[in-house]
Design a protein around this ligand. Structure first.
Ligand code: ANZ
Ligand code: ZN
Length: 818
């Protein structure tokens, strides 16, 4: 029976059997077990499953397998995010239809994904570029339209004057903001575009109640949404045009010494005086070329032009000059500001650059300061001065302080009111592309923009589109696609030729997996008990956009009455990025790509899976080290030999028997804890330790056969999630029943397992102050709170503020105090 471990033989064999036995198809109606929906982000079908995919999917698979053994009915689906630009580029370059290119890639990736040995339920596969799927994007669009969640608006987009098309943000490259394709500097152009009104949910999106998501993801989202409280105040031009501003500091209104409009502000053309016109127009033109990011960059020299006009400050009727400058963005607030140079740094720099008046309205505490002495704006606390009714009030946002008083004054005198502004913009979904979901709208000269009637969905992409390298969407030139009749009046009309942003597809795909072929709605309501997703995993690069859209869609779907909860996924974990051996992002041009198939051919999928998990903390990612894989290969060979070559049993003795039993209980507990915490690297380390315990027991030959047998069974069961093929093979070779993946997770005896503890040193500012005896599996939180609770530490802290707590797992807690 002792053949060599030969993964090339056993892996395909088990993969085939799992499939014919339909081992991983999840019966959604099984009520006997608790449900668990485990979702891993689906990939873009670029053509190959690269190491990054393995790095993302195989630890997720390990955990999904573990949960299944723990008794859950686990749904672990997979699919392909199949629309997008690369397919269109391939079509242009190689004269192959995007559908053909994409489907060929999917075939290859499906084959490669099977080689990973994952428990994906392929019977629920979702591919977003087929009409069966994107029809429901169109259906959502129509529902959103009815509820005002979708709307059309003219807005500036990046446009390449040479390629004759708009560009997506990521296609505009370099500080010179050039077209990725031809290098021509892009310009802004006003186009009619479709939007989803995500801003309606801005406040709700700031609420993360009940979400077990990483703090840093929530922080990024919160900053992206960017909620600001303040006031809207109406200034007036000398000719009586109202100019509204948004300010977070209405209390500084008496310190406003000029106004600044965004160069794109609609009033600029009207207000600019004849003498200033040429200069103003030139400035507007150059500002349009820059991105908002560049325009806002801190430390950038201030530029701007006086437009010749004046405005009246509503609080004191003062006449102040109106400027335009690129640091004021059209897309934020109202696109116009009152400038308070004494208390806003950008305004301060601008005033200094152009010799404008600086007037102090908040007197900093301490010595009296005058505006001339200021070296920078004073944004902080102090006492209101030069401010009419606010004089003598303490500056600040709290009750009874200046901001609230200013808002009350504005509202009483009807010159403005309290207001909230968000940084987040509505979601622009229009793309001038072929390879995406057609937006289901028909333009009629008589009736305007008419929605395609629901029963006419899907609006399908033509199968024989012609791709030419002008960059213009083939839909625009294909009358068979765009020529149609108006659903309302029957006259000749034209279809919308823009398609949707592919982020629309990924905003609700988790619902589609529940019933991928359902044709009465986006998903079968009878399956609604499976959502929200219990656990979502994926790359950190999706922390903002995808995850915000994903949350937005679920809220919108709730408001459409499709579901009765508000968040798409209860738990979220993000893996880091696996890098090339040189520590750089893997890329073909760098030549540092690690091709999984080479490693699978040489070592087998189990080894490659375990190696990727062993490489370091999953959440951190890091460089791939090709040497390291040998260690994993040796370990799996040891597992093989220790199981296939049992000891020649002699008279059992107590010591080794108890040692092996203890090792077993501990291994179960430790591996379990590691998987629960997503610590796959130490999970593998624990499995290695336990394998060594078996090797030792075998050498002693002094353990009874039943104890040995239990120990082997546990080893295989614990290894099964990480290395599913070898575990299945050895399970069978030791006479056990198919399939190991349908076995319950082994139990452990806590007393037998927990004889171990660790000594954790507690330091205060680097000096040892205490030693704590803590259980081996202590969490960081427990260790911290126990350290902070220690009597001897408390004496040292003596009421001082804790600045930071550094934790080295199982070894050290260092408390840094000020
Ligand atoms: C006067 C003022 C005085 C301001 C002061 C700040 C400090 P956040 O916090 O990011 O919301 N602002 C408003 N709209 C703008 C736009 N479209 N482009 C550039 N800047 C704009 O910032 C709000 C503040 O940013 C507003 O409050 C306004 O300047 C400026 F001591 O008004 B403030
Ligand atoms: Zn019509």
């Amino acid at each position: 029976m002792a053949e060599r471990y030969n993964p090339a033989e056993i892996e395909p064999k088990w993969q085939a059997l799992w499939e014919t036995e339909r081992l991983y198809e999840t019966p959604l109606n099984d009520a006997s077990r608790p449900r668990y929906y485990f979702l891993t982000m689906y990939p873009y079908p670029s053509g190959d499953m690269h190491t990054g995919h393995w790095y993302a999917e195989t630890p997720a698979d390990t955990r999904a397998r573990y949960l299944r053994m723990k008794g859950y009915n686990v749904l672990f689906p997979y699919g392909f995010d199949a629309f997008g630009l690369p397919a269109e580029n391939a079509a242009i370059r190689r004269n192959i239809h995007p559908y053909t290119w994409t489907m060929a890639n999917i075939d290859n990736m499906r084959r490669q994904a099977r080689r990973m040995g994952t428990m994906f339920d392929w019977s629920r596969e979702v591919i977003t570029c087929v009409p069966e799927y994107y029809r429901w994007n169109q259906w959502f669009f129509l529902q959103f339209l009815k509820r005002g969640l979708a709307y059309r608006q003219q807005s500036p987009v990046d446009w390449c004057p040479s390629c004759n098309t708009t560009l997506a943000r990521e296609q505009v490259v370099g500080t010179e903001r050039a077209c990725e394709r031809c290098g021509t500097p892009v310009i802004k152009r006003d186009l009619e575009q479709w939007y989803f009104r995500i801003t309606r949910y801005a406040d709700e999106l700031l609420n993360y109640d009940g979400l077990e998501w990483p703090e840093w993801v929530k922080t990024l989202q919160t900053n992206w949404i960017g909620r600001s409280e303040g006031a809207r105040v109406t200034f007036t031009s000398e000719h009586g045009d109202p100019i509204e501003v948004f300010t977070t500091r209405p209390d500084t209104l008496w310190g406003a010494t000029f106004m600044v409009l965004a160069p794109e502000h609609p009033l600029v053309a009207k207000l600019a005086t004849a003498e200033r016109r040429a200069e103003v127009e030139a400035y507007v033109e150059q500002a349009r070329r820059q991105s908002d990011v560049d325009r806002e960059a801190a430390g950038k020299a201030k530029s701007g032009v006086f437009i010749g006009a004046y405005a009246v400050n509503p609080v004191n009727d003062e006449r102040i000059p109106i400027w335009i400058a690129d640091y004021v963005l059209m897309g934020y607030g109202t696109g116009a500001i009152m400038a308070v140079p004494a208390h806003d740094q950008r305004d301060f720099e601008f005033a200094r650059a152009f010799g404008l008046e600086i007037r102090l309205v908040v007197q900093p505490p301490g010595e009296m300061v005058s505006a001339i002495e200021l070296e920078a704006a004073w944004p902080d606390e102090g006492m209101m001065v030069n401010s009419g009714p606010l004089n003598g009030i303490t500056a600040g946002k709290e009750e009874g302080q200046s901001v609230k008083a200013a808002i009350a004054w504005l509202e009483q005198n009807e010159r403005g009111s309290g207001a909230v502004t968000y940084r987040i913009r509505d979601w622009l979904i229009s793309r001038q592309r072929y390879w995406g979901t057609p937006i289901p709208i028909i333009y009629c000269d008589a009736c305007g923009a008419v929605p395609v009637p629901e029963e006419q969905l899907p609006v399908v992409l033509p199968e024989d589109a012609e791709f030419v390298p002008t960059g213009e969407s083939p839909l625009k030139r294909d009358p068979r696609f765009y020529a149609t009749t108006c659903p309302t009046c029957g006259r000749a009309a034209r279809r919308e030729t823009d398609t949707m942003d592919t982020f629309v597809d990924s905003s609700w795909y988790q619902y589609r997996y529940l019933s991928p072929h359902y044709d009465q709605g986006p998903f079968d309501p009878a399956m609604a008990h499976w959502v929200p997703v219990d656990q979502y995993t994926g790359g950190i690069e999706h922390a903002i956009l995808h995850l915000l859209y994903f949350r937005f869609f679920t809220k919108a779907m709730r408001d459409l009455g499709l579901i009765n909860f508000s968040e798409p996924a209860v738990r979220l974990r993000n893996q880091g990025m696996i890098l090339g051996p040189d520590g750089e992002k893997m890329s073909k041009s760098r030549g540092n790509v690690v091709n999984p198939e080479d490693y699978v051919d040489k070592y087998g999928a189990d080894t490659f899976r375990c190696y990727l998990m062993f490489i370091g903390p999953w959440s951190e990612g890091g460089p791939y080290r090709p040497e390291g894989i040998e260690g994993i290969a040796r370990w799996l060979n040891r597992v093989w030999s220790v199981v296939t070559e049992p000891p020649t049993f002699t008279t059992p003795s107590d010591g080794p028997t108890r040692a092996l039993q203890r090792a077993r209980h501990k291994a179960v507990r430790d591996v379990e804890v590691r998987i629960e915490r997503f610590e796959f690297n130490t999970m593998i380390a624990k499995l290695m330790e336990y394998t060594n315990a078996l090797v030792e027991a075998r050498q002693s030959s002094a353990v009874p056969p039943d104890v040995w047998d239990d120990a082997v069974a546990a080893l295989l069961l614990l290894t099964a999630p990480a290395a599913p093929h070898i575990a299945e093979e050895l399970w069978q070779q030791t006479g056990r029943r198919f399939s190991i993946h349908q076995q319950p997770w082994p139990a452990f005896d806590a007393d037998l397992a927990s004889d171990e503890s660790v000594t954790v040193v507690v330091q205060v500012n680097g000096k040892v102050r205490d030693r704590l005896t803590l259980p081996l599996e202590v969490t960081e939180e427990e260790a911290r709170s126990q350290a902070l609770a220690s009597e001897r530490v408390r004496e040292q802290l003596d009421g001082r503020d804790v600045a930071r707590v550094i934790y080295v797992p199982g070894r050290l807690v260092n408390i840094v105090v000020r």
